[in-house]
Design a protein around this ligand. Structure first.
Ligand code: PMP
Length: 307
C-alpha cells in the first residue's frame, strides 16, 4: 500500500505511522465497525470526490443500524476528508472512513464502548486491475452464500460482515479466478465480493433489486442512471444463476473496482468472451462522469479545495 503523510483520527491529523490503536479495541475482536470506500479523481475541474455526500450518508446509516452514534456531524466528516486529501497533497486516491467501537469494554454489549472515527487515504489503482477493466475478469460462483437478512443486515457496510466477502474472495482466488459472485440462500444472484452486478440479455440490462441481500451501491445507482440516460432499458429483478451463463454481457460496479466487465463465469465465456457493446458504452459514460468530462453529472463531484 502506498503510504500518505497523514491520517485523520478522532479530529486530529496524525502521521501515518502513528495512527495506532489498542489491541483491546472492541471492533478488532467482534467486527463492530462500519466503513466506506470512496474515491477522489483527478478530474477536469481538479481533484474531486465522487458522490461524497452519498458515501457520508451511507456511513451514518450503517452506523445507526449497529447503534453507533458518530461523535461528529456528517459535514465535519466531509470537510475532514477534503482537508486530509489536500494536506496529503493528493490529486487522486482511495478514501477509507472507518467508524468503530474503541477501547474500553469487552464482551458483546458494546454500547458503553467509545465510538472512534478514522479516515485514511492512499493511492490505489483499479481493484480488479486495468487489464480487467479493459478486457474483463474471470469469476466463479461462490460456494458461500451472501449473508442472509435473517442473521445480519446486508444493507449495512459493516466490518464484521466482510468475513463473508473474504471467504468468497479467497475461495475464488485459490480456484484460479479473479472474483466471486455470491448467491442468496434461494439461489438468486446477489453481487460480487465487493461489487454490484449487472446482467445484459437481449439488449436489456438486469440487476438484482434493493430487496435482495445486496449493498445499496453508490456506483450501482450511478450506473443505473447512466444506462437509462443512454436510452437502455434497465430492469431491477431477481436473477437466476443460469441467467449468468446465458448472458450476453455481465459487468460489476463498485468504488474499488469501478466498472469492470466479467468475461467468463464458471468457465463459460460471457457472450463472445470479450466486453460487449452495452458494457463498453456504460463504462465509457461512467468514466466520463468520474473524471468530470460529463457536464450532466458534474454535481456528483465534490471538489477538493486548493490549499
Ligand atoms: N457490494 C459490496 C459487498 C461492497 O463491498 C461494495 C463496495 N462498497 C459494493 C457492493 C459496491 O458499492 P459502492 O458502489 O458503493 O462502492
Amino acid at each position: 500500500m502506498q503510504q500518505a503523510d497523514l491520517i485523520w483520527m478522532n479530529g486530529e491529523f496524525v502521521k501515518w505511522e502513528d495512527a495506532k490503536i489498542h489491541v483491546l479495541t472492541h471492533g478488532l475482536h467482534y467486527g463492530t465497525g462500519v466503513f466506506e470506500g470512496v474515491r477522489c479523481y483527478d478530474t477536469e475541474i481538479g481533484p474531486a470526490v465522487f458522490r461524497h455526500q452519498e458515501h457520508v450518508d451511507r456511513l451514518y446509516r450503517s452506523a445507526g443500524l449497529y447503534y453507533m452514534d458518530i461523535p461528529f456531524t456528517p459535514e465535519q466528516i466531509r470537510q475532514a476528508t477534503l482537508e486530509l486529501i489536500a494536506r496529503n497533497g493528493m490529486r487522486s486516491c482511495y478514501i477509507r472512513p472507518l467508524v468503530y467501537r474503541g477501547y474500553g469494554t469487552m464482551g458483546l454489549f458494546p454500547l458503553e464502548a467509545p465510538v472512534d472515527v478514522a479516515i485514511a487515504v492512499w493511492e490505489w489503482g483499479s481493484y480488479l486491475g486495468d487489464e480487467g477493466k479493459a478486457n474483463g475478469v474471470r469469476a466463479k460462483i461462490s460456494s458461500w452464500r451472501r449473508i442472509s437478512p435473517d442473521s445480519l443486515i446486508p444493507q449495512a457496510k459493516a466490518s464484521g460482515q466482510y468475513l463473508n466477502s473474504v471467504l468468497a474472495k479467497i475461495e475464488s482466488h485459490k480456484a484460479g479466478y479473479e472474483e466471486a459472485i455470491l448467491l442468496d440462500d434461494k439461489g438468486h444472484v446477489c453481487e460480487g465480493s465487493g461489487e454490484n452486478i449487472f446482467v445484459v440479455r437481449g439488449g436489456v440490462i438486469h440487476t438484482p433489486p434493493l430487496t435482495a441481500s445486496i449493498l445499496d451501491g453508490i456506483n450501482r445507482r450511478s450506473a443505473i442512471q447512466i444506462a437509462r440516460d443512454l436510452g437502455y432499458e434497465l430492469v431491477e429483478r431477481d436473477i437466476a444463476r443460469g441467467e449468468l451463463y446465458l448472458a450476453d454481457e455481465v459487468y460489476v460496479t463498485g468504488t474499488a473496482a469501478e466498472l469492470t466487465p466479467i468475461r467468463e463465469i464458471d468457465d463459460h465465456p460471457v457472450g463472445t468472451g470479450k466486453p460487449g457493446p452495452i458494457t463498453k458504452a456504460v463504462q465509457s459514460a461512467f468514466e466520463d462522469a468520474l473524471y468530470g468530462r460529463a457536464p450532466q453529472y458534474r454535481d456528483w463531484l465534490d471538489p477538493v479545495p486548493a490549499t
